[in-house]
Design a protein around this ligand. Sequence first.
Ligand SMILES: Nc1ncnc2c1ncn2[C@@H]1O[C@H](COP(=O)(O)OP(=O)(O)OP(=O)(O)O)[C@@H](O)[C@H]1O
Ligand SMILES: [Mg+2]
Length: 235
Amino acid sequence: MSPTVLDIADLSSGYGEAIVLRNVSLSIRPGEIFALLGKNGMGKSTLLKTVLGFLPAKRGRIKLFGEDVTALPTHLIARKAIAYTPQEQTLFQDLTVEDNLRLGLRDDRGFAEGLARVSEYFPIVGKRLSQKAGTLSGGEQKMLIVSRALLGSPRLMMIDEISEGLQPSMIQRLTEILLAERKRTGTAIFVVEQNVPFAFSMADRYAVLKIGEIADDGVAGDELAAARVQDQLRV
Ligand SMILES: Nc1ncnc2c1ncn2[C@@H]1O[C@H](COP(=O)(O)OP(=O)(O)OP(=O)(O)O)[C@@H](O)[C@H]1O
Ligand SMILES: [Mg+2]
C-alpha cells in the first residue's frame, strides 16, 4: 500500500509563545482532495506553514509521503514535489509572466511541455508571457499562481484560500481544472477554504478547524455535511 501523502499527528504549533494549533491530526491519501475549512483566524494558514517548516512544530509529527519531516528545514521539504500557493500575494510583480512561471521549476527542463499543459487550462497565461505580472488583473494573477503550482507536476498541492475575491465563473473554472489535474496526474490536493460550496464541489473528505482544533471532520460527499459545515462557519 502506498503511504499517505500527508500525515499529521497530534500537532501543536504557533508563533513564539502563542499556541495557535492544538493537537491537530489529519491525513491525506494519494489522489485525495481534502478540504480544511474554518473562519478567519482559526489557524488554517498556520497549519500549512507548519507543514512547510516555516513554523516549528511544538508537539506532534508531520509525515510527507511516509517520511518524517517534522524537523526538516523548508528548503528540503519544498523538494518533495509539493506545490504551495500561499494566501498572500506571491508573484514578482515586476517580473514577466514567463519569469514568474519559471520560478516554479527547479530547472528549465520541462518548461515548454509544462507551459503547453497549463496554457490549455489557462489560455491567457500562454498569451501573456512577456507581460509584467503586476499588470495582470487580480483574477489573472491567481491563474498565474495556480499555473506556476501546476508546472512542477506536484504530488501534493496545498492551496490557501484561492477563491478569495474571485468571481463565480472563475471559481467554477478552477474547480474543473483542479479535478482534471487530479484525474490526469493523481496528485493529492489540500484546499484551505472558507468557501464551503467551492471546497465541497471537489473534496473527498473535510475537516473544520475551530480555534486551532479540529471541531468536525468526515466525508464530503453529502449535502448534510456541507450544510453542517456552512453552519459552523457562520457562528
Ligand atoms: N506571524 C504571526 N505572528 C503572530 N500571530 C500570528 C501570525 N500569523 C497569524 N497569527 C495568529 O494566528 C492565528 C491563526 O491565524 P491563521 O492565519 O492561521 O488563520 P486562518 O485560519 O488562516 O485565517 P484566515 O481565514 O483569515 O486566513 C490568528 O489568531 C492570528 O492572529
Ligand atoms: Mg489564512
